[in-house]
Write a protein that binds this ligand. Structure first.
Ligand SMILES: C[S@@+](CC[C@H](N)C(=O)[O-])C[C@H]1O[C@@H](n2cnc3c(N)ncnc32)[C@H](O)[C@@H]1O
Length: 250
C-alpha cells in the first residue's frame, strides 16, 4: 500500500468504492459477466489508483484546475486526491449518462461531480488534462480502436470509417489541448501519446514523456505523463525525454 496520500484521502476513496453500485456498473461496463468483472477489478482499481494518485500529486501544483475526459471508476482516486489534498478544481466529463448517474450517487459530501457532456465543449482553462483510454474507445471509435489494439482484420477493416474516426479523434484532441495553459501536464495512456505528440509537433510545442509508465486496472492501458511547453522540467522520478522527432506520419 502506498502511503503518500493522507489517511483521510485514502479513507474518502475507500468510502466511495464501498458505496459504488457494482451490479449497475457491471451492466454498463460489460455485455455480460459484469459482476465477476468488478469482483476482479474493484480492489486493483482502488489500490493502483491510490498509487497513481500519489505519483500525480507530486506533478501538480496546488490550487490549479484539471480537465478529465472520459473519466470513470478508475479516476476516482485521482479526483479525490486533487480536490481534497491539493485544493484543485476538477471538471469531469463522460458521455455515458447512466455511468455518470451511478458514479455521482457514490459521491455524497465530495467536492466534485461527473458531467454527462462532451469534454471538448468544457469551458475555461486548465493546467492538467487527463485523457486515458478515450482516443481508442471501442464504443466511440470502433475501427480506430481495432487498429490501435491490433484487432483489425484485413478482410473486414473499413478504412473509410477509420478515416472519419481519426478526424474526430484529432478534433477532440485539439479542442481539449487548446484549454491547456503552458507549461502544462497531460496524463494519458502510452497508446494515446502519439495524438498528443502530433498536436505538439504541428505547433512546435516541446514536450517530454515520462520514461516510466503505470498500470491501470480497468482498461489496462499503461498510463504515462507528458509535460508540455517546458523542456527543462522532468516528469516523474525518472527523467523525462524531450522529443525532437516528429511522430510517424500516416
Ligand atoms: C474506455 S472508457 C475509459 C474510462 C476510463 N478513463 C478508464 O480508463 O477506465 C472511455 C470513456 O470515454 C468517454 N468519452 C469518449 N469521448 C468523450 C468525450 N468527447 N467527452 C467525454 N467523454 C468521452 C466515454 O463515454 C467512456 O466513458
Amino acid at each position: 500500500m502506498n502511503h503518500r496520500l493522507k489517511a483521510a484521502t485514502r479513507q474518502a476513496i475507500a468510502h466511495i468504492f464501498a458505496r459504488l453500485d457494482y451490479p449497475a456498473l457491471g451492466r454498463i461496463y460489460c455485455h455480460d459477466g459484469g459482476e465477476a468483472f468488478w469482483r476482479a477489478k474493484r480492489g486493483p482499481s482502488q489500490r493502483w489508483g491510490i498509487k497513481l494518485a500519489g505519483v500525480l500529486q507530486r506533478l501538480l501544483p496546488r490550487d490549479g484546475r484539471s480537465l478529465y475526459v472520459g473519466a470513470g471508476v478508475a479516476e476516482i482516486p485521482m479526483l479525490t486526491m486533487e480536490t481534497l489534498e491539493l485544493g484543485r478544481e476538477v471538471a469531469v466529463f463522460n458521455l455515458r449518462a447512466e455511468e455518470v448517474r451511478v458514479l455521482n450517487q457514490a459521491l455524497q459530501g465530495l467536492p466534485f461531480r461527473f458531467v454527462n457532456r462532451d469534454a471538448g465543449a468544457a469551458p475555461g482553462r486548465v493546467d492538467h488534462l487527463w485523457i486515458v483510454s478515450v482516443l481508442n474507445d471501442p464504443e466511440r471509435f470502433p475501427n480506430l480502436s481495432a487498429l490501435s489494439y491490433g484487432r483489425a482484420l484485413p478482410l473486414t477493416f473499413d478504412p473509410a470509417r477509420f478515416s472519419v474516426e481519426r478526424r474526430l479523434v484529432r478534433h477532440l484532441v485539439d479542442r481539449c489541448l487548446r484549454k491547456l495553459t503552458l507549461p502544462g501536464l497531460v496524463t494519458t495512456s502510452t497508446e494515446e501519446v502519439m495524438w498528443i505528440a502530433e498536436w505538439c509537433h504541428k505547433r512546435r510545442i516541446p514536450y517530454q514523456v515520462s520514461k516510466r509508465d503505470y498500470p491501470a486496472a480497468v482498461v489496462g492501458d499503461p498510463i504515462c505523463f507528458l509535460r508540455l511547453g517546458d523542456p527543462r522540467r522532468n516528469v516523474g522520478k525518472s527523467e523525462g525525454r524531450t522529443s525532437t522527432r516528429p511522430p510517424r506520419q500516416e
